[in-house]
Design a protein around this ligand. Structure first.
Ligand SMILES: Nc1ncnc2c1ncn2[C@@H]1O[C@H](COP(=O)(O)OP(=O)(O)OP(=O)(O)O)[C@@H](O)[C@H]1O
Ligand SMILES: [Mg+2]
Length: 234
């Protein structure tokens, strides 16, 4: 049984179904990547897994436990953390305050985790007293990922963490994400940079019109002629 098993999910926003019979699984210590065209329902699938949308079909199991009907705030203590695609930092708070906000559910000493986040992203330590809104796009994404790590998640969900950053910053962020996965955390990431993301993916999911089109290892998807032609630009 996968650490996260979100299977046969169907849901929408009140009108037509946006995702249908969609399944996504993630293993401990592995990176799973969701790719697909704009509007395919990638963010919707992430929201469904995090409990921000109600499923009409399907279920979400975390470590074997059925959490399908739990609201997001009850999924966080179970080990889920989510970095949404948009507005994922508090721009009027400092870097350090953002990290503290991430730890709001904890009652233990958060200093060691904050130290780990600063080790992972040294630039955040340099800029810890600066407002998050004054940072570059790549640095803001680091704050967003760091904030999520402050809950000490077992499953880290990232919706387009490299949106709007340069290729070098993207490579660096992917390296950091692999580093996080190596500590045993399961990573579920939606990515627009499909080729680069699949290169670091243990498992990849290609979504089209709310449904699974291809599911395989990152390596196999990169080698698949139809995936290359239709989704990776040849
Ligand atoms: N809050 C919402 N209310 C109603 N419809 C929505 C809402 N959010 C998204 N949708 C619709 O759901 C569909 C899928 O959107 P979604 O954001 O999941 O796609 P995506 O694959 O993440 O796209 P992108 O690559 O552009 O981020 C779109 O047709 C979109 O218009
Ligand atoms: Mg999206």
């Amino acid at each position: 049984m996968s650490y996260l098993a979100a299977t046969h999910m169907t849901c929408g926003y009140g009108g037509a179904n946006i995702i249908e019979d969609c399944s996504i699984t993630v293993e401990r210590g592995e990176v799973a990547v969701v790719v697909g065209p704009n509007g395919a329902g990638k963010s919707t699938a992430m929201k469904a897994i995090f409990g921000m949308l109600n499923l009409t079909e399907g279920s979400v199991l975390l470590d074997g436990q059925d959490i399908t009907h739990l609201p997001p705030q009850d999924r966080v203590p179970k080990g889920m953390a989510m970095v949404p695609q948009n507005r994922n930092v508090f721009v009027l708070m400092t870097v350090q305050e953002n990290l503290e906000m991430g730890a709001f559910i904890r009652e233990d000493n958060i200093a060691p985790t904050m130290e780990q986040v600063y080790e992972l992203f040294p630039v955040l330590y340099e800029k810890r007293y600066q407002l998050a809104g004054e940072l570059s796009g790549g640095q803001r994404q680091q704050v967003a990922v760091g904030r999520a790590l402050m809950t000490q998640p077992k499953l880290l969900m990232l919706d387009e963490p490299t949106a709007g950053v340069s290729p070098i910053v993207m490579d660096d962020l992917f390296d950091r994400i692999i580093e996080v996965a190596r500590t045993g955390i399961a990573i579920l990431m939606v990515e627009q940079n499909a080729r680069q993301a699949l290169e670091i993916a243990d498992q990849g999911f290609v979504l089209v019109q709310g449904q699974n089109r291809f599911t395989d290892t990152g390596e196999a998807l990169l080698a698949n002629a139809e995936v290359r032609r239709s989704f990776l630009g040849g």
